[in-house]
Design a protein around this ligand. Sequence first.
Ligand code: S3P
Length: 173
Amino acid sequence: MAAIDFNLMLIGFMGTGKSTVASKLKQMLQAEQIEMDALIAEEAGMSIPDIFEKFGESHFRDLETEMLRKFKEKRPVIVSCGGGVVLRDENIEIMKGQGKIVLLTATPQTVYERVKDNGDRPVLNGNMNVEYISELMEKRKLRYEMAADIVIATDGKTVDEICNEILESVKVK
Ligand code: S3P
């Protein structure tokens, strides 16, 4: 049986380590893990960049909202959310009704190092530099903070340290 009876939703900017942390938490908590982006791509039968290109960002955001709703019935799951889920108030409300929302943060430099060689993030297409990442992060900062129950800074920490901090904060022993 899983060690949690609620959903753990990992949010944060691209490259803050949501997927890595989610897979470690999956082992620690014996709970199912969901990669939101991968599931959206699988259900749509095309990659995230293709969804953006063919149908536009707002269609992708609709798919995110639809998917978030479905996680309620899947409780308990650990969800690695797409970096933009906090952009809609509705999404924050849906997540808050499902469990705990954990925000992972990292500096723009760290994010850049982690995402620079990956072309799967349309939001950063043509803008793959620290300055742009820093500006976008700043623009989204309040959205992330208003959604979060728990905030964990990840720079310089191991995955184990991050997970232990999360479990301590959500009081899972
Ligand atoms: C996005 C983040 C991506 C993905 C999409 C848009 C964003 O997820 O959902 O490319 O707007 O921040 P990751 O945070 O998992 O990279």
